[in-house]
Design a protein around this ligand. Structure first.
Ligand code: ADP
Ligand code: MG
Ligand code: MG
Length: 866
């Protein structure tokens, strides 16, 4: 294998071998841009050297020698003699950009003798400026002597002589060089005088830097594999520090923070390399270069345009001007904010540089999330103090005062304060407090715990499973390590990363409605999978429709049984001692629900809506606190001890596997009957008002065909009776089932015989397949990830090889029975981009997710096709 490529030999597609920087230097050379000549030592050499240091001596050294000789003849200069001096830079560059990870050495090749010759050729000041920089960078990169130590020596000399380094005479420059060299000796090393020796040592140091701690951590953080290695670019120097007609700068071809199509960048006259970013002198905006060096400026405009056209993306360009002549030293696709990502993608498409499809692929679904939720100001985040982290349950960023109960949340917000609700876990009773909170934090629970699901539904920032917190709701304290926080203390919560910070951090909400609409409209045109919403409150239903949901994939009916008045009737029903009481409660619930369904159906109009019949276990509706039981007994006119006994009897050891879902429908059909009656009373009412709706009724937790048959039987009877009662011609409706148990997947062909549609409840299906409780996974999932037992939380990203296989099997079995059966996904993973690609592959019809995840899901379903 070839170990070294000249810039004339490579191309931009060789990034793996030449690194990003090297591949682009070669590409620019190929395009005819003014790039100083040079060569790239491949990433493979790096890995070979790290495997076995002898590789360098035995194989690489001769090749480097040959490459230098070649460079000498191409440039007509010499790297070793004292005439016609060639100096080079040694620049690291991996396939993925790892900013600031591995440093560059400039002016390599100078030594005590050559600096004299170089000074004669140019001038003393300039030559020693270069030599000093070399000593400093070499000391830092190769021997780990901190840069600042050199600066201290320089500043000491400046104050001793009482003049600036630019006014030093030769003897004074030599003094500083002597000090620098002594610093090397203090560190028990010597600065090598032989240019080749310098090059070898620098190359090895760059190779080794691949494995330094910073680099490893960075790669872990960004999921970059450790086996790639870095390339080393050796490039002949051009000098931005050679006078007033020279300089160096960094420019983005478009504004990286807002995306505007206008150059954005800075430069410094008479400066080298890192001076621009180092902040020693304040750089000037790029536009002013036009007046100072018009020719170089015009060339830059020409080349930056050419590069953008060629790479078809915004470029981040580094350049240097030597005596009025422009050189391009680096280009890459520029990093940018979410807002700029969207604008640039749309603009490039409008300019005809990329297609609509490419524009869709340029924006990642996470970017969309950032565009509809507030985010912390990244500049402020670097100085913020993070004190804990949990699961990133619902994106967004918020600051507020800690409260521990829903009541306090309401109390504080009534006074105009912003609050963060911090609890061990939340329950349906906390809902009002959750609605008014800026963010919700729980110490227990996973990605599909109550807090997580509700928060995502509302688009509220939420972090769950923050196990490091000890929340004491009674004492109103939360402990974390050596921090104790109490009610009223200010914290900031990042729902996109799961981090919690002390104090306030400013947020920004990028506004980009128009552009976002545009992109999502294009996405809808390409997509095959439809996107529905999981929503049931009127507000959520409306939000879902506003975000472009094509229908509702899951409207849960549990909420219709909560609230003071309703839960009392539900409790009356559960604890009823005679038929009369049952009927009384059912009638009350019927009238509540009829109104609910009327409003819900009216909100979604003719869009499809899957309504799931009651699912949770009965005990969730019952009080457990003695005082509450007492007052309930009073309200129901019963003895407290009798009520208590009954409640005890209903207690379940493992409620998730207990008396819930269709099992309730079978043991107590009257609840489901009441629900469909309410649905059809309101649907018929709307039909009379001229709106045609087609209710889709979903029966949860089916594991056996007979269960579905039995329930469907009495549901259709009730529905027929309801039509008759209203004396109206029956209109179409559907009865389908939720597939959320492994057994249901296996017998999907049988279930399909009597089901009009399927919807996979991936939350329960994941829970039941793994046997992981969705509320307790927070206790161990992070340890699983750390120990590499699992890469992902399966409640967040579909487990393709297990749960995914079951779904795939069920889909193919169902379609054997009913070829065109409508099949959807309504669990949390329905909104996850990686999972969506899988659902596209196996022929699902739609995914359904929380309203605030819809925009990102619309993009993801389009990307799944492209
Ligand atoms: P980084 O990856 O940290 O940006 P670079 O390898 O791009 O490091 O080098 C940083 C800067 O050093 C460049 O932007 C450029 O200003 C300067 N530089 C690198 N090589 C040369 C060269 N051959 N001639 C002049 N300046 C150079
Ligand atoms: Mg650079
Ligand atoms: Mg379920």
């Amino acid at each position: 294998r070839k170990l070294i490529y000249t810039f004339n030999e490579g191309r931009s597609e060789n990034k793996d071998l030449l690194g990003g920087k090297g591949a682009n230097l070669a590409e620019m050379t190929h395009l005819g841009l003014p790039v100083p000549q040079g060569f790239t030592i491949t990433t493979e050499c790096c890995m070979n050297y790290l495997d076995d240091a002898a590789f360098f001596e035995e194989q690489l050294k001769v090749e480097v020698l040959k490459a230098i000789q070649n460079l000498e003849s191409e440039t007509g200069k010499s790297f070793t003699s004292e005439e016609n001096i060639l100096l080079v830079s040694v620049r690291s560059g991996a396939a993925f950009s790892m900013p600031g990870m591995m440093d560059t050495i400039l002016n390599l090749g100078l030594n005590d003798l050559r600096v004299q010759a170089f000074a004669k050729l140019t001038n003393v000041n300039f030559a020693f400026d270069c030599y000093r920089r070399l000593l400093q960078m070499f000391g830092d990169v190769v021997y780990g002597i901190h840069k600042e130590q050199f600066n201290v020596l320089l500043h000491q000399t400046e104050s001793r002589l009482n003049k600036k380094v630019t006014d030093f005479n030769e003897a004074e420059h030599l003094d500083v060089i002597e000090l620098y060299k002594n610093l090397f000796l203090k560190n028990k090393v010597a600065f090598p005088q032989d240019p080749m020796e310098q090059l070898f040592e620098a190359t090895k140091a760059v190779f080794k830097s691949w494995n330094n701690q910073r680099a490893k951590v960075y790669r872990d953080l960004h999921h970059i594999p450790h086996h790639l290695g870095t390339a080393v670019n050796v490039q002949s120097m051009v000098f931005g520090n050679s006078g007033e007609e020279s300089g160096t700068g960094v420019v983005f071809t478009r504004n990286p923070s807002v995306g505007e199509n206008k150059l954005f960048g800075e430069f410094l006259i008479n400066a080298q390399g890192e001076d621009v970013v180092a902040g020693i002198r304040t750089p000037e905006p790029i536009e002013t270069l036009q007046a100072i060096l018009p020719e170089a400026y015009n060339d830059f405009i020409k080349y930056s345009h050419k590069l953008e056209q060629h790479y078809k993306d915004m470029q981040d360009i580094e350049f240097t001007i030597e005596n009025g002549k422009l050189y391009i030293l680096q280009t890459r696709n520029g990093k940018r904010t979410a807002k700029a990502t969207l604008k640039i993608a749309l603009d490039l498409a409008a300019e005809g540089l990329i297609s609509k499809k490419e524009a869709i692929m340029r924006v990642s679904p996470e970017v969309i999330d950032q565009l509809i939720h507030p985010v912390f100001d990244t500049k402020k985040l670097t100085t913020a103090e993070a004190f804990a982290a949990g699961l990133p349950a619902s994106p967004g960023a918020a600051t507020g005062s800690i409260v521990f109960t829903a009541e306090k949340a309401k109390e504080y917000t009534a006074l105009g304060k912003k609050v963060i609700l911090v609890r061990q876990e939340t329950s349906p009773e906390d809902i009002e407090g959750m609605v008014v909170s800026e963010a919700i934090v729980t110490s227990r629970g996973g990605m599909t715990s109550h807090a997580a699901v509700v928060a995502r539904g509302m688009g509220t920032c939420c972090v769950t499973g923050c196990e490091a917190l000890t929340v004491n709701e009674a004492a109103k304290t939360v402990l974390c390590g050596n921090h104790t926080l109490t009610e009223g203390d200010t914290i900031s919560v990042d729902g996109s990363t799961g981090s919690l910070y002390l104090g306030e951090i400013p947020t920004i909400v990028p506004e980009n409605d128009q552009s976002l609409q545009q992109l999502l409209t294009w996405a809808d045109e390409c997509a095959e999978l439809k996107v529905r919403a999981n929503a049931e409150t009127l507000q959520d239903l409306q939000t879902a429709i506003d975000f472009g949901a094509t229908g509702i994939g899951l409207a849960r009916t549990e909420h219709m049984f909560f609230g003071e008045e309703r839960v009392l009737e539900m409790r009356r029903l559960i604890l009823a001692k005679d038929e009369q009481e049952v009927q009384f409660a059912l009638n009350k619930l019927l009238s509540f629900q009829q109104e609910d369904f009327y409003q819900m159906l009216k909100t979604v109009q003719d869009k499809p809506m899957v309504i799931r019949l009651l699912d949770p276990p009965m005990h969730e509706f019952l009080p457990h606190d003695t005082n509450e039981i007492k007052s309930l007994a009073e309200q129901l006119n019963r003895y407290p001890s009798a009520v208590e006994k009954q409640i005890e009897k209903l207690q379940e050891t493992n409620p998730m596997l207990g008396h819930r879902g269709c099992r309730l429908g079978i043991t107590e059909p009257r609840i489901y009957q009441m629900q469909v009656k309410a649905i059809f009373n309101s649907a018929i009412q709307l039909a009379k008002e001229g709106l045609t709706v087609c209710p889709e009724i979903m029966v949860p937790l089916i594991s056996e065909k007979e269960e579905l048959d039995y329930i469907k039987n009495f549901l259709t009877e009730t529905i027929a009776a309801t039509f008759k009662e209203h004396q109206i011609e029956p209109f179409p409706y559907e009865i389908g089932t939720m597939i959320e148990l492994p057994r249901a997947c296996i017998i999907a062909d049988q279930l399909a015989e009597n089901a009009d549609f399927f919807s996979f409840g991936t939350n329960d299906l994941t829970q039941m397949t793994f046997g992981f409780s969705r509320d307790d996974i927070g206790k161990f999932i992070n340890i699983y990830k750390e120990k590499q037992i699992m890469q992902q939380d399966p409640f967040q990203v579909l487990d393709q090889s297990g749960v995914g296989e079951l779904i795939k099997l069920a889909v193919s079995k169902a379609r054997q029975t009913k070829e065109n059966m409508m099949i959807g996904i309504c669990g949390e993973v329905g909104g996850n981009p990686d999972s969506i690609a899988f659902f596209q592959q196996i022929g699902i019809d739609y995914v359904s997710c929380s309203p605030y995840r819809i925009p990102a899901a619309r993009l993801a379903v389009a990307q799944a096709v492209l």
